[in-house]
Design a protein around this ligand. Structure first.
Ligand code: NAP
Ligand code: MG
Length: 401
């Protein structure tokens, strides 16, 4: 069989620990035999990030802006323990944070649905994709704890010297205070990324805030979304047969529980933090969640939602067998290859991505899976495979399709 040709390279961001091991296996077994794989390779493994003073992360984000599509392996975000373990010059920042800031992107997280791994919520028959605004609010707060009577005020001093002053509270005794902010620019980027991704995946978009209580702050989110929708996306949504739907956050939560899925749920930063954990755990497994970073200009970076699976890596280093689930990492590759194929009008590449996803799901549905899935599946008499044999089983299934 002739290998599929690519015209534009994918930006390939390698990573750390167990996912780095899976990364190579996936390429060797599932990609390189079938595709004349063109990538621009960036090693975001912690050692090389340290060696380059993290320049490699910046370079990989620049390359993503240039080419438009990237695929990323999970990476270590250094903490004190990693400083010693890897003898780091500095506690380098989270690569995901750096890349997200450089692309001004929004992260969309979606579960991979497969027969035999049923969500706890029975009526969720299609995936719910969660979009979390990743800037500001309580994540960039300023807090004060007061321990005596006094007056708290919110003051804005403009560059021109004018001032806006609002009373927050007259404290009679001790209490707490918090200042938060967001910017129109960031909310606008978030809105564009959401509308673009909804069109891209042909799914309805839901957005919710607490604008009845927060009449300026949350209302500003609602207004910006609505203005951008009306002026730039309404017609495209109509043509695509999808809708944009705004409601109150409590109403959204209630509706989500009764919904069938198949939509994107855009959330403010805190709502997204909390709800993404609820949605992903209800869908079954972190190892079955994909994640894609979308910039407001339409640049895409695909990855698995889970981390480097450190505990499995240490077993691997001791020569013990591991059964690490590679599905989300495989879907990061197929997502990126499909997007590359769409942008380059490369139908073969798109078809390959579809077929590899189908083979991956069929392998699980045929009862061959890793340990994490075997523990939660409703299928009987399943075969638990180790990391490598699971990938090989997917290849066998692929050959039969
Ligand atoms: P993790 O790598 O997601 O793993 C947590 C646990 O979840 C594992 O120990 C394992 O449970 C289970 N798990 C996750 N993915 C799995 C898979 N593919 N197959 C089977 N089981 C899986 O999170 P972590 O251990 O907290 O973090 C490890 C490193 O990853 C950290 O250095 C962190 O900074 C980094 N991280 C990176 C990203 C990213 O790059 N996007 C995201 C999160 C964390 P059992 O041990 O019970 O089998
Ligand atoms: Mg959280």
């Amino acid at each position: 069989m002739e290998k599929i040709q690519m015209t534009t390279p994918l930006v390939e961001m390698d990573g750390d620990e167990m996912t780095r091991i899976l990364w190579k296996m996936i390429k060797d077994e599932l990609l390189l035999p079938y595709i004349d794989l063109k990538t621009e390779y960036y090693d975001l493994g912690l050692e090389y990030r340290n060696e380059t003073n993290d320049q490699v992360t910046v370079d990989s984000a620049e390359a993503t802006k240039k080419y438009g599509v990237a695929v990323k392996c999970a990476t270590i975000t250094p903490n004190a323990a990693r400083m010693t373990e890897y003898n780091l010059k500095e506690m380098w920042k989270s690569p995901n944070g750096t890349i997200r800031a450089m692309l001004d992107g929004t992260v969309f997280r979606a579960p991979i649905i497969v027969k035999g791994i049923e969500p706890c919520v029975k009526n969720w028959v299609k995936p719910i994709t969660l979009a979390r605004h990743a800037y500001g609010d309580v994540y960039k707060n300023t807090e004060i704890k007061v321990d005596k009577p006094g007056k708290a005020e919110l003051v804005f001093t403009a560059e021109d010297g004018t001032e806006i002053r609002e009373l927050i509270h007259e404290f009679k005794a001790g209490g707490i205070l918090q200042g938060i902010h967001n910017t129109d620019k960031s909310i606008t980027s978030f809105a564009h990324a959401c509308f673009k991704y909804a069109l891209d995946t042909k799914q309805d978009l839901w957005f919710a805030t607490k604008d009845t209580i927060s009449k300026k702050y949350d209302h500003n989110f609602k207004d910006i979304f609505q203005e951008i929708f009306d002026s730039e996306y309404a017609e495209q949504f109509k043509a695509a047969g999808i809708e944009y739907f705004y409601t109150l956050i409590d109403d959204a939560v209630a509706r989500v529980m009764k919904a069938k899925g198949g939509f994107i749920w855009a959330c403010k930063n805190y709502d997204g933090d909390v709800m993404s954990d609820m949605v992903s755990s209800a869908f079954g497994s972190l190892a079955m969640m994909t994640s894609v970073l979308v910039s407001p200009t339409g640049v895409y970076e695909y990855e698995a939602a889970h981390g480097t699976v450190q505990r499995h890596y240490y077993k691997h280093l001791k020569g013990e067998e591991t059964s690490t689930n590679s599905v989300a990492t495989i879907f990061a590759w197929t997502g990126a290859l499909r997007k590359r194929g769409e942008l380059d009008n490369n139908a073969d590449l798109v078809a390959f991505a579809d077929k590899l996803e189908k083979a991956t799901l069929k392998t699980i549905e045929d009862g061959k899976m890793t340990k994490d899935l075997a523990l939660i599946t409703s299928l009987e008499n399943v075969t638990v495979l180790n990391s490598e044999n699971f990938i090989k089983a997917i290849r066998d299934t692929f050959e039969t399709l």
